[in-house]
Design a binder for this molecule. Structure first.
Ligand SMILES: [Zn+2]
Length: 413
């Protein structure tokens, strides 16, 4: 049996879920803090949390690690990213800063399609090397579980290539990775004038082969004007559901399309973005089991409105935060930065932001039973931060306070 005693922790902060599958509304503030504690980890699982002085005397362990008075937090769960793609779009960043809109850049051949071209050209080995480098950086910034979507291939072979890279990363990298199929991210140029044909390709060819090879847990879709209509979205998502995929949606990002209500109606695990969700939409989401995932990095980067996460929490909704890491609209690995934006731009308290970035992120991946908080029986995904109180993580923004990362009971950073 492998065992680790993490001792001399100055302060510990974590959501207290008591095996609840998520924390909603006022319960999102349910953070417990303790001082001068130690955590005992056996076979990667947290088996004891107690006074450091006691555990240092009592515990018989293979390995001891001195936390040197640092603050311990659960590892972040980044439940919405597009981590595996070729190229970058720094040139478009310059165009946008000179006044062009996201839609204008997309119409000029930029946007998702420029990344599609770079991704189609890249080999499996090249995408793997890029993906590994990005995951290493995420881990250094405290993310221990990540969801990764396909969606920059937009033909069957290229979508499978991306999902196979994600699969290989999940076997070789310490990070826990949840794969999502996002073949319906945009219409590829080959189907520019045959949208129906592409929807059929996704439903009749891509989804069945992704399922047969067991390459994705979730199916996601970009439901938006000029992308996938409500009708196309419903057809694709229903096909996915029948095949056994869980559902996510890019919903209400650029317009109040009704995508979030569609997600609720189909029993999606999460609806993500929500920048344009109306007050009626807020009520519909909050009254459901569907998790509302805010992606404030995209609002910051595109200078768009922020999603109504305060309103969602106030009416009892379940809110998660994620980076949406992607080359066009949110080029960041930093979950603490999302927490800063949550508190400064959306009036979420640091307690709510911590729950949204850990336990509720895990819930958005159907993993809250095993990770997302520092509680007995959970996976030992633990951050040690060079701060005296967890508030400082989002208060002192724009830098990395994470010194060590423990993943499944092993020190990996
Ligand atoms: Zn996204």
């Amino acid at each position: 049996m492998s065992s680790l005693l993490l001792y001399n922790i100055g302060s510990l902060a974590s959501p207290r879920s008591e095996n609840a599958p998520r924390l909603s509304g006022v319960a999102m503030s349910n953070i417990y803090t303790e001082q001068n504690v130690a955590i005992l980890v056996e076979n990667g699982i947290i088996t004891r949390i107690g006074a450091s002085a006691d555990l240092e005397k009592e515990a018989i362990v293979a390995e001891r690690f001195d936390a040197k008075g640092m603050t311990a937090l659960p590892g972040f769960v980044d439940s919405h990213t597009h981590t595996v793609f070729g190229g970058n779009r720094a040139n478009e960043f310059a165009m946008r800063s000179a006044g062009k809109t996201y839609q204008e850049i997309a119409a000029a051949g930029g946007g998702i399609l420029s990344t599609m071209n770079a991704t189609r050209k890249a080999s499996h080995e090249e995408l793997y090397a890029i993906g590994k480098k990005r995951l290493d950086a995420m881990l250094r910034h405290g993310t221990t579980t990540v969801e990764i979507k396909s969606g920059y291939g937009l033909d069957t072979a290229s979508e499978l290539k991306i999902l196979e890279v994600i699969h290989e990363l999940s076997r070789t990298h310490p990070m826990t990775i949840v794969p999502t199929f996002l073949g319906a991210h945009a219409f590829p140029p080959e189907y520019k004038n045959d949208r129906e044909g592409y929807v059929q390709l996704v439903c009749n060819e891509m989804l069945p082969v992704v399922k047969e090879r067991n390459l994705a847990v979730f199916c996601d879709i970009f439901c938006e004007q000029n992308y996938f209509s409500l009708e196309h979205s419903e057809r694709i998502l229903r096909t996915a559901q029948e095949l056994g995929f869980k559902l996510k949606l890019h919903a209400d990002q650029l317009s109040a399309s009704g995508a979030s209500a569609l997600g609720v109606r189909l029993g999606a695990v999460s609806v993500d973005h929500l920048e344009c969700t109306t007050s009626e939409g807020v009520e519909i989401i909050a009254a459901s089991e569907t998790i509302a995932t805010g992606l404030p990095g995209a609002s910051l980067f595109l200078n768009h409105p922020y999603p109504p996460l305060r309103a969602l929490i106030d009416v009892g909704g379940t809110v998660a935060l994620a980076t949406d890491f992607n080359p066009g609209s949110s080029v960041t690995f930093s979950m603490p930065m999302m927490m800063t934006l949550a508190s400064t731009q959306m009036r979420m308290t640091p307690e709510e932001a911590l729950t949204a970035s850990t336990l509720n992120g895990a819930a958005a991946l159907s993993l809250a039973h095993e990770r997302g908080s520092l509680e007995l029986g959970k996976q030992a995904d633990i951050l040690l931060c060079d701060i005296a109180h967890f508030y400082e993580l989002s208060y002192h923004f724009g830098m990395n306070h994470i010194v060590h990362v423990i993943k499944h009971g092993k020190v990996v950073v």
